[in-house]
Design a binder for this molecule. Sequence first.
Ligand code: ADP
Ligand code: MG
Length: 235
Amino acid sequence: MKEARAIIETALKEGRNFLLEPEAKELCSLYGISVTRFGVASNLDEAKKLAKEIGYPIVLKIVSPDILHKTDVGGVVINIKDEQELEVAYNKILANVRKHKPNARIAGILVQEFAPPATEVIIGVAKDPQFGHAIMFGLGGVFVEILKDVTFRILPIEETDAREMIREIKGYPLLKGYRGTEPTDEDALVQMMLSVSRLIEENPDIEQLDLNPVLAYSKGAKVVDARVIIGSSSK
Ligand code: ADP
Ligand code: MG
């Protein structure tokens, strides 16, 4: 896909081997992956304007080619409810970044829709030198970090593979719904994984992709943070 290639080529031309969050989310959108609505502001007034268009509550994040983990530098403020809070958060993020990473280049402030809390899952892709790309699925947070409750398949995958992956993790009952909690929309997760498979198939120079977290709702699923690392152009 031409638009997808353009995003990747722009990053490479700028000497980056990774996409900024807005670029990664744009790429995801092109493949039908649902992401939080967003825009990038270069000053406070633009941020206010974007917030109004997107609708409160919103989230602000630092966009910088020198910052990969935004939370580590105080670069993320979530659940901002009005213009007054936005102004405080905007200045706070810039002050935090100045303090923690004084030399970081700032490409803008990302304004995005606040996604209400839900079950968090992770969809990831990594490239193995021997087997090629593999896709990973798991529940977010402690489930992946401590319990390593994740599952893998070599790409490309088909619908049955995606469904199997979701159902074989130990934490599946949490997705299926328990004690009256609503089941999550399994089909939405299946579709998202198939879209990721297509995205990688068409852009095999992507070395790593992390949709982390993806919020899994009873209707739909939404990517809240996306990271893409580009490797050499060999297949
Ligand atoms: P980092 O670069 O540190 O991984 P993230 O973009 O993942 O930054 O933001 C940190 C955390 O903030 C996320 O793991 C998620 O829990 C929360 N978060 C980020 N964006 C949103 C959003 N749009 N809606 C709701 N929660 C969000
Ligand atoms: Mg993240």
